[in-house]
Write a protein that binds this ligand. Structure first.
Ligand SMILES: Nc1ncnc2c1ncn2[C@@H]1O[C@H](COP(=O)(O)OP(=O)(O)OP(=O)(O)O)[C@@H](O)[C@H]1O
Length: 372
């Protein structure tokens, strides 16, 4: 387990890490995500005892890394794959590390095999590609067979095969019950690999949550176009959904010639869906017995006219497309469009971190909400 508590780090006037607290648990791959300069590397260097924080502490399995007598047996880390002596062979490099940590030299051959470098073990590291250096760095991290592993941007610059290999390795290490933390500034890279994600921006915690919860939080809404939008809005609200008029940008322009295109029922060449002709305000209020007699404000959504709603559609949150379809069917309201819309994880990340960049520290309530 890695515990980061109230960590603060300054470089001159730059506040690189700002009162950061999170825990990395065993048995999971945890992604450490943030835009460039967010403070990921600084945090990792503090965990490794390479920097002394202005406040707070970082513990590895309950102890400060710098206080460990044989640290590589507790935690393996890869911070900078390029920071190795290019004149040494891979085997000699790992042999040095093993000797200095009292690790059995037989582990050298074992980890070289584990990362697929056995065939090049006696070549000088200076001639290695970036991918080979990454593998060597990972071999070094695995040398002491530690329960905790921490990698800074291990996927950087790798080809798809290399990325897939690291992903599978990290997942298998977590499946063995180890604690695995990897940083990245790309959400899409982490989305497939990580179970849990800690997001930081400007050194502050933005989110500490499961990947699934993050995706669910950024499930945007369902865009609904219906024959009687105002009535459907009432019904959906009565069942707990939040309904708003879709904004102009949200509503994709209707495809020309689509049957039942809003606002053009019965136009030659665009046959309306039977029984779902877009109502004029008069027919919607006058012809529909279920809404007759209702006050005017209950027959609109955000002040939009029924025609406006028919064209833009409704943005529905808190209910999935199946639930909306079911309620519309029961009410006899024909649907013309029912589109679940969610942000990609990359968009979710941009949205989260853009806020932190734009406004600095997020209010504690927002962090709690995301971190839940
Ligand atoms: N040695 C240093 N001296 C001065 N400023 C530093 C130093 N190291 C980091 N910083 C600053 O601290 C902040 C956090 O940097 P850090 O490298 O930890 O971010 P990061 O999230 O790892 O970014 P990246 O993805 O670009 O590596 C940045 O503003 C950076 O410029």
């Amino acid at each position: 387990m890695i515990e980061v508590r109230g960590l603060t780090m300054r470089y001159g006037r730059t506040l690189a890490v700002d009162d950061l607290t999170f825990t990395v648990k065993p048995g999971l791959v945890t992604g450490f995500l943030g835009p460039n300069g967010a403070g990921k590397s600084t945090t990792m260097r503090i965990v490794l005892g390479l920097e002394v924080p202005a406040a707070g502490e970082a513990l590895v399995d309950g102890r400060a890394y710098a206080a460990l007598r044989r640290p590589m047996l507790t935690m393996g880390a890869l911070l900078d794959a390029g920071a190795v002596h290019g004149g040494r062979t891979a085997r000699a490099h790992l042999g040095c590390l093993a000797r200095s940590n009292g690790i059995d030299l037989r582990r050298v051959a074992a980890v070289l095999g584990q990362v697929g470098l056995t065939d090049v073990a006696d070549r000088r590291i200076g001639g290695f590609s970036l991918g080979m250096k990454q593998r060597l760095g990972i071999a070094a991290a695995l040398l002491g067979d530690p329960a905790v592993l921490m990698f800074d941007e291990p996927l950087n610059g790798l080809d798809p095969e290399g990325i897939r290999w690291i992903r599978e390795l990290l997942r298998s290490l977590a499946a063995e019950g180890r604690t695995v933390l990897l940083s990245s500034h790309l959400m899409n890279e982490l989305a497939i690999t990580a179970d849990h994600v800690v997001v930081i921006g400007r050194g502050r915690l933005i989110a500490d949550t499961t990947m699934d919860a993050l995706a669910a939080r950024f499930q945007r809404d369902v865009l609904v176009r219906a024959a009687h939008p105002e009535r459907l809005a009432q019904i959906l609200r009565a069942h707990g959904a939040t309904v708003a008029a879709a904004t102009a940008e949200q509503a994709a322009p209707p495809t020309p010639g689509t049957p039942g295109t809003p606002g053009t029922p019965g136009t030659p060449g665009t046959p309306g869906t039977p029984g779902t002709g877009s109502p004029t305000p008069e027919t919607a209020t006058g012809g529909d017995p279920s809404v007759q007699g209702l006050p005017e404000h209950e027959l609109s959504v955000q002040g939009l006219s029924i025609k406006g709603l028919s064209e833009r559609g409704l943005s529905v949150r808190g209910m999935d497309a199946a639930g909306i379809g079911e309620l519309a069917l029961r009410a006899g309201i024909a649907l013309r469009e029912l589109t679940p819309r969610s942000a990609s994880l990359e968009e979710a990340f941009m949205e989260l971190t853009e806020d932190s960049v734009e406004y600095g520290a997020r209010p504690a309530a927002a962090v709690t909400e995301v971190a839940r």
